[in-house]
Design a protein. Structure first.
Lengths: 199, 463
């Protein structure tokens, strides 16, 4: 994993189109693979049940091997808060996700792993997925500052929330160090709360 | 003119981080065995301490077997996770309610928090589990978080978050007999969509919520996340205070009255401004069941599946457009989970089960949400009602809600389930099928062998 001080300005690589709305984190990483005390090897189990049920699943498709940009539809990563899902994707090599929308928890879990989740409208996502399906070798670039995603000569406008975008640009996307920075202020807030002092 | 959400947020905001996010103090951190071991390892690697070990509490729920709970567990991975949690809690000075000694407090993390009085109005709460929204039933702002955030909270007792918008959901009316909180929340999710709550905290109110018990409010808040809302809450009121009085970690004596005064003023103001408002009439809600692969895909028991229903869901579930879910043969009946594994849930189910028998082809289990729920249920003789009817009476845990323990569906089994998710594969078999419904509806399905309208069974059978 990258250190939290690395700025992420853009992500480039091949794409992996994964169609479907409401793909929940149980689908991305079935619960039985959470029975472990580390995140190691989770990349092997991404969409394991979906892949078994569907030989043509994009994660089974050798043409997409080595992809770095995942392209999804609506409400991706809904359901369980398991970080195992974005951990699996990051360990597989996914460095950015472009989609119509995400669950809030999945979006945040991905961000702290240094994986920006861009959003774009339905037509733009459909065009991007279609382009990758037609030509899997198409080089994709997602630019954090502008939100522009290019796939060969296709150019779509995507975006990141301003705070998240700025965090990637400044290398402050993993907040732990910042949270520890002024611990005296944390103590002050705690001391002011009546339930902390026992009313 | 402020909402509870904003008042709690402001009271816990430490500062605006350079990233633009708010650093928010977390009043209560709940930890379980599945999403914490990697967080403790990250802490160890960095040489960080737990900032507020006295504000952190742990239990074990997801991986525990519910049939035989003696240690070491037969499942070596489950045992390894259990040992890791025990070691981490010991090393960092965190209270742990495990199995064995002190087991009287073990249970599903979202059941024991309120049960022990740890969950209180006006608090910020975090737990590495999406159903943390449950705690909002007591007027807390509770966030489900990922493992990296568990690490953050352990290290700093803080989260880096963006504020949410607040949607007020007024539920007005009187629930018909046989209609429960579960039916209300399934109806809300169906109406607003599984993604409708993204970016929002849901504030539930209205006459229906006002007259609900804390248990019922927990069922509602629990499934906020299924509607996309990370946070759901109900403003604290006299019901809340009555619930909390006398609980182990609740303030006592004069401190309780001071606490209640603070809790009263943290509630949303009468003229609070909301980013959105929705009103729902609860008197027309029927017992509700899901037919699909997300919790928004449901129908009233008397209703037919719409012509516009999603093809993938229909194919997976084996339903056809225009069909009723009523009459669907079931293989398994599961009563339990953080949604519906509390004493009142077991009581409602027992009323249906009493004097009846589980259908011969159905495997039925009741899994109390906590050891305390189990003990209280046994004191009322519920275990005998269930056992006599042919239900298995189990130890506390998450059980068949999520298949991280031995309780799982097999093959294409159909399960009538009081849990919260009907995702593909959720209950442990990649092809298993889940029908979400209230505990009373699960009980009715168990004894009938198929999905039925519980309203036809409300008359108790003379024993």
């Amino acid at each position: 994993m990258k250190s939290s001080t690395t700025a992420i300005l853009s992500v480039s690589g091949r794409g992996l189109p994964l169609r479907g709305n409401d793909l929940d984190t149980d689908r991305i990483m079935p619960a039985r693979f959470l029975r472990a005390v580390t995140f190691e090897s989770l990349e092997k189990h991404l969409f394991e049940d979906d892949r078994a049920a569907n030989p043509a699943h994009p994660f089974n498709d050798a043409r997409y091997a080595g992809a770095r940009v995942l392209v999804v539809n609506k409400n991706f990563g809904c359901g369980s808060s398991r970080e195992h899902a974005p951990q699996g994707l990051a360990r597989y090599g996914i460095r950015a996700i472009v989609g119509e929308s995400y669950s809030e928890i999945f979006f945040g879990n991905s961000a702290v792993l240094g994986v920006p989740c861009f959003t774009a409208d339905t037509a733009a996502i459909d065009a991007l997925q279609a382009r990758i399906e037609r030509a899997p070798v198409t080089p994709i670039t997602a630019d954090v500052a502008t939100g522009v995603v290019t796939a060969g000569d296709l150019r779509i406008q995507a975006s990141l929330p301003a705070a998240v975008r700025d965090a990637f640009l400044s290398g402050q996307w993993n907040p732990t160090t910042m949270l520890l920075d002024r611990f005296d202020e944390v103590r002050r807030v705690a001391d002011r709360l009546p339930y902390v002092s026992g009313f | 003119m402020h909402t509870l959400f904003h008042k709690v947020w402001d009271a816990h905001a430490v500062r605006i981080l350079p990233s633009g996010q708010t650093q928010l103090f977390v009043g209560l951190h709940l930890v379980h065995e599945v999403t914490s071991p990697q967080a403790f390892d990250m802490l160890r690697q960095q040489g960080w301490r737990v900032a507020f070990p006295e504000r952190t509490f742990a239990t074990v729920d997801h991986i525990v077997p519910t049939k035989v709970q003696t240690r070491p567990f037969l499942d070596v991975m489950a045992e390894e996770m259990m040992v890791a949690l025990e070691r981490n809690c010991r090393e960092y000075g965190i209270s742990l309610w495990s199995l064995g000694e002190g087991r009287e407090h073990q249970g599903i993390v979202h059941v024991i928090g309120p049960e022990l009085g740890l969950t209180q109005p006006g608090m910020t709460i975090a737990c590495g589990d999406s159903h943390t929204s449950t705690h909002g039933a007591l007027g807390a702002i509770a966030f489900g978080i990922g493992t990296s955030q568990v690490r953050d909270v352990l290290a700093s007792q803080c989260l880096a978050l963006d504020p949410l918008k607040v949607r007020r959901i007024d539920v007005n009316g009187t629930l018909a007999p046989g209609v429960f909180a579960k039916d209300v929340i399934l109806t809300i999710i169906r109406r607003l969509g599984v993604q409708g709550g993204v970016g929002f905290a849901y504030e539930y109110g209205g006459t229906t919520l006002d007259s609900m018990t804390i248990d019922e409010r927990m069922t509602i808040c629990n499934m906020s996340i299924e509607g996309g809302a990370r946070v759901g809450y109900v403003n604290p009121d006299e019901t809340t205070f009555r619930f909390l009085r006398g609980r182990t970690f609740a303030p006592s004596g004069a401190a309780f009255d001071r606490a209640a005064a603070w809790w009263r003023q943290i509630a949303s103001d009468a003229d609070a401004r909301y980013d959105d408002r929705v009103t729902i009439d609860s008197s027309s809600i029927e017992p509700t069941v899901t037919w699909g692969i997300n919790p928004g895909q449901s129908v009233g028991i008397g209703e037919r599946i719409a012509a516009s229903a999603d093809e993938e869901a229909l194919t997976f579930m084996g339903f056809e457009r225009g069909a009723k879910v009523e009459g669907t043969r079931i293989d398994v009946a599961f009563i339990g989970s953080c949604t519906n594994g509390r004493l009142s849930d077991l009581e409602e189910a027992a009323k249906i089960v009493r004097g009846r028998r589980v259908a011969s082809h159905v495997k039925a289990l009741v899994v109390p949400g906590s050891q305390a729920v189990r003990t209280a249920a046994e004191a009322k003789g519920l275990h005998e009602i269930f056992s006599k009817a042919g239900f298995e009476w189990r130890g506390a845990g998450c059980s068949m809600c999520l298949a991280m323990n031995p309780d799982k569906l097999e093959g294409r089994q159909v399960c009538a389930s009081s849990s919260n998710r009907n995702f593909k594969g959720r209950q442990g078999s990649p092809t298993g099928r889940t029908l979400l419904m209230s505990p009373a509806m699960v009980a009715a399905a168990a004894v009938s062998g198929e999905v039925v309208d519980v309203r036809h069974m409300l008359q108790e059978v003379p024993v």
